[in-house]
Design a protein around this ligand. Structure first.
Ligand code: ADP
Ligand code: MG
Length: 745
């Protein structure tokens, strides 16, 4: 037995805290896997409920120095009061600390003398104890558990100052430690904000029709299939289908694009989007966490689990940082015999900055991305994207609109080898034989979900052909379908699907097929997909399907190449000639930009071939991005280093399968997410470099005695603030898409 539970955790202020909690929970019996998230303040635990209990986990978390349960749930009593009084105390403490700092700094600079000397030491001791109480309490508790915190070293620094009689210095350090604490909490809070903002956009209540009345209910009390009523300007509370009413819908919450779309009865709508200019009645198909928006929030919240490599390294390093600082402090004391320099070394230590440098930048980008229709499932994928070499593209539904149409039919007229081609787009008369082929195909394709199948059904419907049901049905991925219709075996699919018919044929039949293929070649040369139709082992005709290339694709591919992707390759189940024609039109489409070198294709692929190709490139050491629709190429997306699903809104499978899900079908999001990855990694590297240089400088100056302890204490928050300011740039993602720049058809 295995279940997954989520437990809110309180009191985690910095990234190293999540490691403490993680370790504590992992130590409980019956825990299979645990991930602790700073951004959403919770632990997600896979456990065996027969061994591990909530109580045991709670105990372990408490033992590690944290609390179970979220602060926001606590609506009455002491919590609210302390929230109210804390800012006042903080303000008072900050002002006091600042004044004290100025005085002591002034004394050190010789501006005025003997101010603090006149304050009797017991008062100073009182200030140290009162001001530092929460920190000392933590440090002592941690010491009993055998943990050494950054605050432990600082406390030793305070003690060192007291021992040499520097009471004022000790007091200033204590107050600045508290200020640093707040800075750190503020920084972590800000990092979570983008994610929390997103969660707060989720609808909370719905107006539901029950027993002929409209009543307002909590989302949690809504049932599937119920009809909710949405008034103009309101947020749609569920994923569902419009039963009645018309509206224009602002889908920005899902797709990031505020361009409204028209919705009518039968249209699918998404939770958290806004109905403008019109009232709607919507039948709920997904509620709460099961809606597309609910999934996005959940995945963004758990994105922290997919840590980037840089973060692993930084986390590891911050584990070594405190011992290194302790060693430097010890050396300073032994060699220089200077307790104040030693204190300064201990106080300047701020291990949190290393741990914060990566996740703060990643969270900012992930949070900002989610608001713009880019669901990024972890910093890991931003890191991999930023150094990707190869982009593989699954053709159908990705490069093309995915809404093919049947343009031509070929069937025999009179004699069996008298193949005749008719166009469905013109005014041409369509013979009964041709209609029979179309009817057969539509019947066989009845239950297929492939886009071409929909095209065939649609075409049959337009020709007013009666609908029919196959007795048996079988889909063969990458090839076609096989069905039983009125006792006959009917096959519809590509040439590979017809393979057995190529063998054991007499000369007459072979020449008949050759004749058909000659005509078929011309259609393929126009980039059309051929669907052969065969009945009981005899080819009776074929259908040609054309799909439109997405207009923005050539420009987007050119942009991707400019962003350093060496090679772009189309993968398709279509045959070579169709694929070649498509690539040709892609190159034509990019006439305004540079030609597209490195644009290749591979045709005649089965779904498993696509996985093999991804693996081959990976084995050669390349980092591979794969873009697909996430539906029939999900395994290849999962195999790629970064699998990107296009137009994932409303598609559960696509959202699950991909590492990055693009909520709207817009190719410009592909270079955009690449740009975001590069920008994010630049910020991460800057953060780490800044922290490293800062700490190195701080430690050296402190050890050499150039940095008095009070300045060391004042400076300890600088890296946190620097990281925060630097990473905040990622929250304001500017729209770098150049609209209209490549809007050529
Ligand atoms: P891709 O997504 O790369 O175009 P698929 O694996 O989806 O490739 O399909 C490959 C080819 O198999 C299609 O181009 C089509 O010729 C054929 N095919 C797949 N499914 C069907 C179907 N339901 N009916 C007819 N042909 C099909
Ligand atoms: Mg496909």
């Amino acid at each position: 037995m295995r279940t997954t539970v989520e437990i809110p955790i309180q009191g985690m202020d910095c990234a190293e805290c999540t490691l403490h909690v993680q370790k504590a929970i992992a130590g409980v019996a019956g825990i299979v896997r645990v991930d602790v998230f700073l951004s959403s303040e919770k632990a997600v635990i896979d456990l065996d409920p027969q061994i591990a209990t909530q109580k045991m986990i709670e105990k372990a978390v408490q033992k590690a120095g944290y609390q179970v349960g979220s602060g926001t749930k606590d609506q009455d009593g002491g919590f609210q009061a302390s929230q109210y009084t804390r800012p006042i105390l903080t303000l008072f403490g900050t002002i006091f600390g600042f004044v004290l700092f100025v005085v002591v700094a002034g004394e050190w600079l010789g501006l005025f003398s003997a101010v603090t000397e006149r304050v009797p030491w017991p008062i100073m001791l009182g200030l140290v104890l009162v001001g530092g109480f929460p920190i000392f309490k933590n440090v002592i508790r941690a010491s009993f558990r055998g943990q050494v915190l950054a605050h432990t070293l600082m406390t030793v620094g305070v003690l060192a100052a007291i021992i040499v009689g520097e009471w004022a210095t000790a007091t200033v350090i204590v107050f600045l430690m508290r200020a640093g604490d707040y800075t750190e909490r503020f920084t972590a809070e800000r990092a979570r904000r983008a994610v929390k903002d997103l969660a707060s956009m989720a609808p909370q209540t719905a107006r539901v029709e029950r027993e002929g009345q409209e009543i307002q209910v909590d989302i949690a009390n809504l049932h599937l299939g119920e009809i909710v009523v949405v008034r103009p300007g309101e947020k749609i509370p569920v994923d569902g289908e419009i039963v009645s009413g018309y509206a224009t819908i602002d889908q920005a919450a899902i797709t990031g694009e505020s361009m409204p779309v028209e919705a009518a009865p039968g249209s699918q709508v998404f939770a958290a989007t806004i109905a403008r200019l019109g009232s709607l009645r919507v039948r709920a198909t997904h509620i709460g966490p099961d809606t597309t928006f609910g999934r996005v929030i959940k995945l963004v919240e758990s994105a922290e689990a997919n840590r980037a490599d840089v973060q692993r390294v930084a986390d590891k390093f911050s584990g070594y940082y405190l011992p290194i600082v302790a060693l430097i402090a010890a050396l300073t004391f032994l060699i220089r015999r200077d307790p104040l320099a030693t204190a300064a070394v201990l106080v300047v230590a701020c291990s949190c900055s290393f741990a914060l440098a990566t996740p703060i930048a990643m969270l900012a980008s992930i949070g900002a991305g989610a608001k713009r229709g880019l669901l990024i499932k972890g910093g890991k994928y931003l890191e991999l994207l930023s150094r990707a070499d190869i982009l593989l593209i699954d053709k159908t539904g990705t490069l093309t609109m995915g809404k093919p149409q049947i343009t031509h039919l070929i069937a025999a007229n009179g004699k069996p080898d008298n193949w005749e081609i008719v166009s469905l787009t013109g005014q041409q008369e369509i013979s009964a034989n041709h209609l029979q082929v179309l009817k057969l195909a539509a019947c066989a394709e009845r239950y297929s979900e492939h886009p071409v199948a929909e095209a065939v059904r649609q075409s049959a419907y337009q020709q007013d052909l009666p609908s029919c049901l196959p007795q048996e049905f079988n889909a063969i991925p990458g090839m076609g379908v096989q069905a039983r219709i009125n006792g006959n075996t009917v096959k519809v699919g590509n040439w590979r699907m017809m393979a057995e018919m190529q063998q054991n044929q007499d000369a007459e039949a072979t020449s008949r097929i050759d004749e058909l293929l000659t005509q078929a070649r011309q259609l393929e040369a126009q980039g059309k997909t051929l669907l052969f139709v065969a009945q009981d082992g005899l080819i009776s005709g074929l259908l040609a399907a054309a799909d439109t290339l997405r207009a923005e694709v050539p420009g987007a591919i050119a942009a991707v190449r400019e962003l350093g992707i060496q090679q772009v390759e189309l993968l398709t189940g279509d045959n070579d000639r169709t694929a070649a024609a498509l690539v040709e039109s892609l190159i034509q489409g990019s006439h305004n930009s540079k030609p597209l070198p490195g644009l290749r294709y591979r045709a005649d692929l089965l779904p498993e071939d696509k996985i093999t190709i991804v693996k081959e490139y990976q084995d050669q050491g390349y980092t591979v991005i794969m873009v697909g629709d996430g539906v029939n190429d999900a395994p290849a997306l999962a195999q790629a280093d970064v699998g990107i699903a296009m137009g994932a809104a409303g598609s559960d499978i696509a959202i699950e399968a991909a590492h990055i899900a693009l909520m709207r079908e817009d190719w410009e999001l592909v270079p955009e997410v690449l740009r975001i990855s590069k920008r994010t990694m630049r910020v991460v590297k800057m953060n780490i470099a800044f922290t490293a240089v800062y700490n190195l400088l701080g430690l050296s100056l402190a050890a050499l005695g150039f940095l008095p302890p009070i300045f060391a204490a004042a400076a300890q928050s600088i890296p946190d603030l620097g990281i925060l300011a630097n990473s905040s740039r990622l929250l304001k993602q500017k729209d770098t898409r150049q609209r209209g720049a490549h809007a050529h058809p």
